[in-house]
Write a protein that binds this ligand. Sequence first.
Ligand SMILES: Cc1cc2nc3c(=O)[nH]c(=O)nc-3n(C[C@H](O)[C@H](O)[C@H](O)COP(=O)(O)O)c2cc1C
Length: 463
Amino acid sequence: MKFTILNGSPKGAESVTMQYILYIKKKHPEHEYNIINIAQAIKKIENDEKRFDDIILQVKESDGVVWGFPLYVMLVCSQYKRFIELIFERNAESAFENKYTIVLSTSIHFYDHTAHNYMHSICDDLKMKYVGNYPADSWDLLYPKRRARWLIFAEEFINHIENNFPTSRHYTPLIRREFKYTPSKVIDNSKKINTNGKNILVVSDETSENTNLGNMLKRFKDSFSSEIEIININKIDIKGGCISCLQCGYDHKCSYIGKDGFIDFWEDVVMTSDILIFAGVIKDRYLSAKWKMALDRAFYMTHTPTLIGKQMGYIISGPLSQIPNLTEMFQGHIELQGSNLVDIITDEFGTSEEIDALIQDFARRLVTFSNTDYIKPLTFLGEGGRKIFRDDIYGRNRFVFMADHEYYEKHGYYDTFPQNDERAKKLNEKLIPLIKIDKIRNKMNMKQEFLRPFRKVLEDPIK
Ligand SMILES: Cc1cc2nc3c(=O)[nH]c(=O)nc-3n(C[C@H](O)[C@H](O)[C@H](O)COP(=O)(O)O)c2cc1C
């Protein structure tokens, strides 16, 4: 049997993820394994059509396709994303149709589910026969039981192909609404929002006023009584995607420093804003690869937030409501940054007048919340993500991410370990022996016990 492995690691052959493939090759040498370094060679693949066509031919001639990649900022890396875009742009979908496929990732399990949801939906869009996904921890292969588990999964893939077993579909194709947004030409000056000295920045991958997004940004800009800045990300000097050299782990210094303008843009423009809007056009089931490149490159600060305390939001053109996975990434990213997601405005619903009103009120809320430094409580997306980072940086990955460790120590991240919670410790010391006594436990009204501390707040005239 012939397998094509589309390697989504910018490290190429030095990829951890590819070791999982080599392990299957070791166990099943009777098959042919053709590993293609997609992410590492993306520029050449994009610029040399023959090279792209060769890859597509290899996919066509294989019995099974493996999408194998490292997690990069909740998704695949920008280089791999670009390859996926090229498949659709160059009408190469038919090579993938009806091919049996699996998706393998390695990561620390931070938002690996969003990357897998994305890849599953892409496989469905390509009409592939999706057998399943394998979200490995980076080091799983080093443990005998976990190796055995991976082998079971891979053998089931082979079994599936050999027997031509059926596969299920989970995603329906996206439907884009045919709608031209036309912003109102006259905006009542008295309704314009006073920016109150706040620095407002929009970063977008589309600014042309021939597009819905460009017009939505214009309307957003016109909502304020003074100028705000709109930057097109395509005009920023970004030489390439993150290459995972991990030099930044030690001191948050990117190996691209001096080679392009991204770090200056991020630090001098993005980080200095009070109100920050990310805007984009949906491309397949995410934003553009260019947007992904910027977000990957911002990883030079590794697991340390750079957008703390900002009011943030999204302005999106495209079928976002059909991609809840993407909304989850937007929200999770903002929560992890310690900023506030005010809203996401799209061109999916309503008339131009209704969108005008939404944009205008979006502007109002952004400034109002900025004036009061309002930050919403975290959901599971932020809470869970922070805990994964905290544990990983404190533990097994501290030596790789020394700069995060120093930041986490300085900013009390490790104080949130439950074993350091003195109040909880005392409470448990006092209450656990009592709760073990049947008579006391039976008499105790848990509902009332929970409410006792609230009463103090509600009955106190000052609090
Ligand atoms: C830029 C960058 C972003 C990353 N983002 C994530 C992430 O969002 N979630 C996660 O669990 N791991 C993340 N990682 C860790 C890698 O996914 C992990 O180390 C992976 O095993 C590397 O595989 P590779 O050697 O095949 O490239 C990131 C690593 C880099 C360099």
